[in-house]
Write a protein that binds this ligand. Sequence first.
Ligand code: GRF
Length: 195
Amino acid sequence: MAECAVLASGSGSNFEAIVRGLEGTGHRVSCLVSDNDQAYAVVRAQSLGVPWHVVKYASAGGRDEARRNAEERVLAVLSQYDIRLVVLAGFMRLLTPLFVDAYPRRILNIHPALLPRYPGIHGIEESYRSADTELGITIHLVDHGMDTGPVLLQQSFERKGTETLKEIEDRIHALEHQYYPSVIIDQLDSCGEAK
Ligand code: GRF
């Protein structure tokens, strides 16, 4: 059995898929951490019975200093659990080396495009507006860059060219919900072996 924490800022549909996907595996999501007290992810945590914590990022002060200060508070939350893996699922904050180095090769992210194409926060829109005929998702380890870490899995689909942005978003989210839990289970399995 190994535990993970999920960090999410918004809807939390991946968070919910992960919690449900881990049911019966012996692994579990020990907590949700959000930087946003209005995140629907928090509502999902409440109804799923997963402990949740909100850690707000100060907007005043130096951005790096504010970020590091918030990360120290997130790390303090995580230290209350036996977290083997940190899972980013729509967490809209860049992590500093302080955080990344606290969990080396043990932070996962999911990106709604086929990296290295369309990194950043507009991955779906940029994929949609491109002439690419193949769209998809990337699950990767987090390093010090933005959406640059080693890729663990990519999944793609052929677009017909007639879909709306909403239809493309739905296809991307369906792929995310299908594949993110199984990659997390694989990673938690190997954490267990390393223990
Ligand atoms: C997903 O599309 C994920 O790829 C991106 O942020 C979105 C989060 O969606 N990083 P949700 O909050 O899990 O519904």
